[in-house]
Ligand binder design. Structure first.
Ligand code: NAD
Ligand code: ZN
Length: 268
């Protein structure tokens, strides 16, 4: 895409953002790659070393061996996610909330970086859960992820067991084959019905049901902006397609909308 097209799209997106009052933001793994967290496609990423078909929710529930493999993978990924820092794109989304323009932030990411950047829990829906928490899938008890990590690293535990009920403890993410959280999913779709602008950042828009949020927003009359470094199946729906890196694109978008410089300061 020639530079002038990108500049035009950014200007168009910035004008939409400036006029908007009630923005729905949807983010995916692409917003966090500049924070050093690989998306599914990145070569050599931790995720590419495991076969997700062998780590489904059903297998986690039914096989002790899968639970052990799952926790081995989680023990490698957890410190990467825990220690990552938000980048300019996360800070831009936090700035939207501070400016009073954010209706709702739906993230498919499990890295907690939006909350770290300063978005509030009230407006943030971690629709695929969070790797920074762990819960018992039998009784729902919360478990201290950091404490579990220490015990896993020390080798004193291989597969955590719930102290409250003896049940199966799992990182609080939605696994392949696990049902989506009902209340959060309903809230996300309700926001798509009433937002006056939807911005998608760093998502390939192929994972459902989240990938149908843009269809709902557009059908309800909201313009759609997609910020991504490659094409997505929803590009035809977009009023502005900003093809580029999330951090720089969001910085330019915010500046163009008169909302300041997310790059210049950390959150808050
Ligand atoms: P995805 O990996 O399918 O798509 C990411 C998209 O972002 C791709 O189109 C990619 O080209 C683009 N991208 C990558 N880096 C970018 C950058 N710097 N700027 C702009 N675009 C960039 O991710 P998805 O749509 O979120 O779906 C994958 C699933 O994997 C999600 O359900 C998510 O829960 C999970 N996941 C989460 C994390 C995380 O928490 N950070 C990381 C990997 C996977
Ligand atoms: Zn329990």
């Amino acid at each position: 895409m020639p530079f002038s097209d990108v500049a035009d799209a950014t200007a168009r997106a910035a004008a939409l953002l400036e006029a908007a009052r009630s923005v729905l933001v949807l983010t995916g793994a692409g917003i966090s790659t500049e924070s050093g967290i690989p998306d599914f496609r990145s070569p050599g990423g931790l995720w590419t070393k495991y076969d997700p078909r062998k780590l489904t929710f059903d297998l986690f529930c039914s096989r002790a061996e899968t639970r052990r493999d799952y926790w081995r993978l989680a023990t490698q990924t957890y410190p990467v996610l825990r220690d990552a820092e938000p980048n300019a794109a996360h800070r831009a989304v936090a700035a939207l909330e501070r400016a009073g323009k954010l209706l709702c932030l739906v993230t498919q990411n499990v890295d907690g970086l939006h909350l770290k950047a300063g978005n509030s829990r009230e407006r943030t829906i971690e629709i695929h859960g969070s790797s920074l928490r762990a819960t018992c899938i039998d009784c729902g008890a919360e478990h201290d992820r950091e404490e579990l990590h220490r015990r896993l690293l020390a080798g004193t535990v291989e597969v955590p067991v719930c102290e409250a009920c003896g049940g199966r403890v799992k990182p609080a993410t939605i696994s392949f084959g696990q049902s989506m959280p009902e209340e959060e999913t309903a809230r996300a779709f309700a926001a798509a019905e009433v937002c006056d602008l939807m911005i998608v950042i760093g998502s390939s828009l192929v994972v459902y049901p989240v990938a149908s949020l843009p269809d709902v927003a557009v059908k309800a009359g909201a313009p759609l902006v997609i910020v991504n470094n490659e094409a997505t199946p929803k590009d035809d729906l977009a009023a502005a397609l900003v093809r580029g890196a999330a951090g720089e694109s969001m910085t330019l978008l915010l500046r163009g909308a008169g909302l300041g410089e997310p790059l210049s300061s950390r959150s808050r």
